[in-house]
Design a protein around this ligand. Sequence first.
Ligand code: PRP
Ligand code: ZN
Length: 286
Amino acid sequence: MDNRLKIAIQTKGRLNDDSMKLIQEAGIYLEMGRRTLVASAKNFAMDALFLRDDDIPQTVADNVSDIGIVGENEMMEKQENVQIVKRLGFSKCRLSLAIPKGQDYNGLEFFNGKKIATSYPVILKKFLLESNIQADIHVISGSVEIAPGIGLADAIFDIVSSGSTLVSNRLKEVEVVMKSEAVLIANPNLSPEKQEILDEFIFRMESVQRAIGKKYILLNVPNDKVNEIIALLPGMKAPTLVPLAKEGWSSMHSVIDENDFWVVIRKLKKAGAEGILVVPIEKMIF
Ligand code: PRP
Ligand code: ZN
């Protein structure tokens, strides 16, 4: 039995960069050759398979890969037997209906009798059925946004992220059907050995994610102001206090939310804090 966890990752495209970053931040170093379809980690029991995002759900369901990083939209569309083990918070987008900019839109009835081009027929069909709309679904695998312009369809149903693809094709978004983000999916029947590797991977990812937006703060405070200053720092649990060589002063250390910091900085100084240092945090483990 091969006890390495196989992870399917998008070869290129919107998910690739963040997926690679996630693995790297978890301290897993993939040995990448040029144009490789498979990469192995030397320091972790994991191998990566590089695939088209559309193929990832099936690859995981069929046990060719154990886990995968894919857009929730792609997972919903493919209806494969996989489970979401973690929502990843990147590659956020929505699946929307869009129509030519110049057309009037007064609600979903617009789509009755219309032809809609999409790469997501399953999700669209379900939505139209639930909304009681009779439209003709025209499946195309790429460049959906050009379909109305060349007379192939009256509308499109596609991924919208920044919205710039719609703008450059003179389309307007009229209905958001679902919101999506990258998700970590897994085969529902992993062996205990593989489950253990997956748990370790998740543990590492969470340690990195917890640190996002968090800063380590060090400040010098007069001893008689310690309580006042602690009260100014929201969410500050049991800060570390270290006496300074300078009589009557201490160095206070803690973790704060970066946003909170900008709100309280002036108050901290007014309360007598000096020498404030804010440093990045790489990982947080509880
Ligand atoms: C999607 C979609 C649009 C574009 C929208 O394609 O088909 O072309 O992104 O993004 P925007 O609102 O930021 O312009 P994607 O790049 O994901 O490629 P794919 O559909 O071929 O996987
Ligand atoms: Zn795709």
